[in-house]
Design a protein around this ligand. Structure first.
Ligand code: PLP
Length: 426
């Protein structure tokens, strides 16, 4: 099936007489006839539900839909995008290991990698995505276990050069992990460009209505763990907590998601509630429609901003004048995302005035949902970063992150124009 059909139908196929709509299985537990049956589940000898922290039918159906949208073999839902990115990396890294990451990643992920994972003994080297292949290769160490980047970075809108990053990762025998939150599988399916693992903050376009925080990890099933067995003992060596089972040997292409589920989710427990998974599924049903509208509206807003004399600069990967237009055309010819960044003439002060006078667009700590919203990253999401880190993250002090919603575009444009007029008043 094509992607629009998978948005609506993938992941759940009711049998005769069953509900047409994905049911919410709001149960922590599942009943069995004998302890022996349940014991086989605990030993991973049989698959089946026994406790919702590990697996739940509603969550699994939604994960299967996201796997279908990305073209992966398996997926796991998490309670947030933060948990998804942490699990995606921690599933194959441990104390003493090293990660190469794009520097322009989401502020929360930057803190996770640079502060929290550092405390756990995992070192991260940040490189700007635009570095040369030589500089990128120089960031690797013998203990590097993966490379991490975002398809379109939040909020600096850097478009990833997939070919350069995937080649560097594979030349060093490690998987490429990409956070595909902003592009969504509607605009970009990273597995088509050789990426091994995809993550999402489903909180954004996938949910689409700002109702539920959530995340997902999808595996392409293609990374050859056994060919790099020494680098990935957690995937290839016996797991003592499952009587010496090896994930790569027992589960083949399903090894990575199985390990993340039965080991990390078992021990760390960032499971989404089935009710949130149900809401996410409703969002996914209209993802293709909404993403198209977000992109059309954002294109029109970006073109208007570019022509307006009160605007200092505008950055949108869909603008031919943009830094990343060529990469966006190569990897996302149908559209990029609904998020635009720009600066108003008059710097930080004018930016604040502009934001305070918006009426339709609301100031919120969110991005990428149906309602147009706006944020000043330097004073909110990125306020933990010092000036140097801000620069590395591609966030200037006057940057306004404008998330174009799916309202009538003329209404959005008129709101921006009246606020621009106010921003220039003394
Ligand atoms: C929001 C976001 C995250 C974090 O996701 P939460 O759902 O807020 O935990 C990670 N990556 C990107 C690109 C994001 O936009």
């Amino acid at each position: 099936m094509r992607i629009e059909t998978n948005c609506v139908q993938a992941g759940y196929t009711p049998q005769n007489g069953e509900p047409r709509v994905l049911p919410i299985v709001q149960s922590t537990t599942y009943k069995y006839e004998s302890s022996e049956q349940m014991g086989r589940l605990f030993d991973l000898e049989e698959s089946g539900y026994f406790y919702t922290r590990l697996q739940n039918p509603t969550n699994d159906a939604v994960a299967a839909k996201i796997a279908a949208l990305e073209g992966g073999v398996a997926a796991m839902l998490t309670s947030s995008g933060q948990a998804a990115n942490f699990y995606a990396v921690f599933n194959i890294c441990q104390a003493g290991d090293h990660v190469v990451s794009a520097s322009t990643i989401y502020g929360g992920t930057f803190n996770l990698f640079g502060v929290t994972m550092k405390k756990m003994g995992i070192d991260v080297t940040f490189v700007h995505p635009d570095v040369s292949a030589e500089e990128l290769n120089a960031a690797f160490r013998p203990n590097t276990k993966c490379v991490f980047a975002e398809t379109i970075s939040n909020p600096s809108l850097v478009v990833l050069d997939f070919d350069k990053f995937v080649k560097a990762a594979h030349d060093h025998g490690v998987p490429m992990i990409v956070d595909n939150t902003f592009a969504t599988p509607i605009n970009c399916r990273p597995f088509e460009f050789g990426v091994d693992i995809v993550t999402h903050s489903t909180t954004k376009y996938m949910d689409g209505h700002a109702t539920s925080v959530g995340g997902a990890i999808v595996d392409s099933g293609r990374f050859p763990w056994l060919e790099h067995a020494d680098k990935f003992p957690g995937m290839t060596q016996p797991d003592d907590s499952y009587h010496g089972l090896s994930y790569a040997q027992s589960f083949g292409a399903g090894a990575y998601i199985t390990k993340a589920t039965v080991q990390l989710m078992r021990d760390l427990g960032s499971i989404p509630s089935p009710h949130n998974a149900f809401l996410l599924n409703l969002g996914l049903e209209t993802l293709a429609l909404r993403v198209q509208r977000h992109c059309e509206n954002a294109q029109a807003v970006a073109e208007m901003l570019e022509k307006d004399s009160r605007v200092a600069w505008v950055d949108y990967p869909g603008l031919p004048s943009g830094r990343y237009y060529a990469l966006a055309q190569k990897y996302m010819p149908n559209g990029t995302c609904g998020v635009i960044s720009f600066g108003v003439k008059g710097g930080r002060e004018a930016a604040t005035k502009f934001m305070d006078h918006l009426k339709l667009a609301a100031i919120v700590t969110h991005v990428a949902d149906a309602r147009t919203c706006v944020l000043h990253p330097a004073s909110t999401t990125h306020r933990q970063l010092n000036d140097k880190q801000l620069k590395e993250a591609g966030v200037s002090p006057d940057l306004i992150r404008f998330s174009v919603g799916i309202e009538n575009v003329q209404d959005i444009i008129e709101d921006i124009q009246q606020a621009l007029a106010e921003s220039q008043k003394a």
